[in-house]
Each structure stands twice: as structure tokens, then as C-alpha cells.
Design a protein around this ligand. Structure first.
Ligand code: NAD
Length: 296
């Protein structure tokens, strides 16, 4: 079997076009422009790239982008004061604080100070609880992107055996909740899982979110399974820098029914879902119907 490639780049472009369309309608029919505020503390190079890319794509879909760049030694008090201001600003529908934060800042405290209705990353404890209890919430962007691709490929996921490798708060756990919400039988595997190959071999859906280059070999993949590779790992091969996922793509693609590549799979979906979440937050804030197909 040769796997169908799930093209995250093309899918993300489709999501962005849908968002842009809805934003244009909101402006025309309701005179509302969704706004996303991104807060960056310090000068972490990777974070700077992400923030730039988020700002650019926000503007491209017709939304307002508000960037707040703060010094690396910004106090917790000043950061909380900015978040409070953004919470109260009616032009801001989504707030994202770029992680990781410098060590002297308490990440949990900062994230939980964001108004849950504006928490477009879906990391606020209220949104975690709402997702866990199957209620309307803001859903973390990366798992939401994975879910959209799975639904698009399979239609219904009901009754499928899914394994999520990795139990982080930003990917593994919310991904498992979303799959459960779509009636999969879900296993969460992690660094202490006893027989990972056996667990993976039973799965119809494998979501790998570990951060270890090609740690899932092709022969762990059940014939015809769908593989979603969240991992982004920089490696050096044949004297060149390369990005690879957590799955051995070439071997896995010989057995899987469908697979996401790295790069060009889950990665592009994350920012597209951030824009989708900002649109959703804006619609909810204004008592308008939520955009179809862009939420969990
Ligand atoms: P994390 O480090 O917070 O969590 C990794 C998880 O993997 C942990 O729960 C750990 O238990 C598990 N793990 C570690 N070693 C393992 C092993 N040998 N076997 C099984 N499980 C093991 O990482 P994260 O933030 O969840 O990110 C995971 C990967 O996804 C990283 O490569 C990250 O760069 C990538 N990522 C990509 C996107 C995207 O937009 N595509 C977004 C977020 C994260």
C-alpha cells in the first residue's frame, strides 16, 4: 500500500480562505473586524519567526493584528497589566502569549490571566476543563488542525482505535480529548508506556507528538492506518540541515493509508487554526453564529 499524502499546506490555505471569506462578510454585514493580539516577551529567535508569521497571516485574512513586543526582563506585574488591558479592549477578540516565557515569569499564572473567551490558544484552565467535559471551548490550535485533517479524510472517526503518542498539555492531552469527543477509542502513550510498538500496531489512527526524530519506525504502523505526525525535529543528514517528524515517513508511507509529511503537514495547520479560533471568538463575542467547519 502506498499512503495518500495529507497535504497540510493546501488544507491550511483552504482554511485561511474560508476564514478570509467569513471576515469579509463580518465586515460588510456587521461592521466588525476580528482582532488578534500577540504578546512576545524577549527575543527568542524561533518565537520571533512564529510571531512574525502569525501577524502576517492575520493581516492577510483581513483581521487586525496587534503585536506587543516586551523586553526580556519585563516584570510579571507589567505583563499582567497588559493582558488586563487586552482583556478589556473590545477590538481584541483573541489574545496569544507566545511561549516559552522567560524563566522569571509564571507561565500558568500568565495564561490563566487571559479572558478564557479570548484565549485563542486554548491553554486557559477553563478551556481545558470545558474541552474535557465536552463543552464549547477554545481548542488548542495544533490538535484542532489534526482533527480537521482527520475528519476531512475519514468523515466519521466513530469507533476507530486511536493512539496519541505524547501527553503534553498543548498537544497530546487535548488531541486525545478531541478524538474521544469524536467517539474514537483512545490510548495515550508516553515515555513510560510498556510496549509502544504493540500499542501503535493496533491503531487505526496514530498521532505522534513526541519531539524525537523518526522514533516511530514504519513497521509499527498497521496496514492502512492514518498517521498524523506532529513532531518537528531539526537534524543534520548528509551534511545538510533537515526537518523531520517523529515518524519514519518513507517506511511508514509504505504501510499507512494516509500520512502527513514534515514539513507541510500539521505545521501549516496550526496558524490557520489560530486564525479560525480568532474568528470563532469574535463571532461568540458578538452573539453571531460560529463559522461552520472551523471549530471542534
Ligand atoms: P513535549 O516535550 O511537551 O511532550 C513530549 C511528550 O512525548 C511527553 O509527554 C513525553 O511523555 C512523550 N515522550 C517522550 N519520549 C517518549 C518516548 N520515547 N516514547 C513515547 N513518548 C515519549 O512536546 P510537545 O510540545 O507536545 O511537542 C511534541 C512535538 O510536536 C515536538 O517536536 C514539537 O516541536 C512538535 N509541535 C509541533 C507543532 C506544529 O505546529 N506542528 C505544534 C506543537 C508542537
Amino acid at each position: 500500500m502506498v499512503a495518500q499524502v495529507i497535504d497540510g499546506k493546501a488544507f491550511a490555505a483552504k482554511v485561511r480562505a474560508q476564514v478570509a471569506d467569513q471576515v469579509a462578510k463580518l465586515k460588510e454585514e456587521n461592521g466588525i473586524t476580528p482582532g488578534l493580539a500577540v504578546v512576545l516577551v524577549g527575543e527568542d529567535p524561533a518565537s520571533q519567526v512564529y510571531v512574525r508569521s502569525k501577524g502576517k497571516q492575520t493581516v492577510e485574512v483581513g483581521m487586525n493584528s496587534y503585536e506587543h513586543k516586551l523586553d526580556v526582563d519585563t516584570s510579571e506585574e507589567d505583563l499582567l497589566a497588559l493582558i488586563d488591558k487586552l482583556n478589556k479592549d473590545p477590538a481584541v477578540h483573541g489574545i496569544l502569549v507566545q511561549l516559552p516565557l522567560p524563566k522569571h515569569l509564571n507561565e500558568d499564572l500568565v495564561i490563566n490571566s487571559i479572558d478564557p473567551a479570548k484565549d485563542v490558544d486554548g491553554f486557559h484552565i477553563s478551556n481545558v476543563g470545558l474541552l474535557g467535559t465536552g463543552q464549547k471551548s477554545m481548542v488548542p490550535c495544533t490538535p484542532l488542525g489534526c482533527l480537521m485533517m482527520l475528519r476531512d479524510y475519514h468523515g466519521s472517526l466513530s469507533g476507530m482505535d486511536a493512539v496519541v503518542i505524547g501527553r503534553s498539555n498543548i498537544v497530546g492531552k487535548p488531541m486525545a480529548q478531541l478524538l474521544l469527543g469524536d467517539s474514537c477509542t483512545v490510548t495515550i502513550a508516553h515515555s513510560r508506556t510498556k510496549d509502544l510498538p504493540d500499542v501503535v500496531r493496533r491503531a487505526d489512527i496514530v498521532v505522534a507528538a513526541v519531539g524525537r526524530p523518526e522514533m516511530v519506525p514504519g513497521d509499527w504502523i498497521k496496514e492502512g492506518a492514518t498517521v498524523i505526525d506532529v513532531g518537528i525535529n531539526r537534524i543534520e543528514r548528509d551534511g545538510k540541515n533537515k526537518l523531520v517528524g517523529d515518524v519514519d515517513y518513507a517506511r511508514a508511507a509504505e504501510r499507512a493509508g494516509a500520512i502527513t509529511p514534515v514539513p507541510g503537514g500539521v505545521g501549516p495547520m496550526t496558524i490557520a487554526c489560530l486564525l479560525a479560533n480568532t474568528l470563532t471568538a469574535c463571532c461568540r463575542a458578538n452573539g453571531l453564529p460560529e463559522p461552520e467547519g472551523l471549530t471542534a
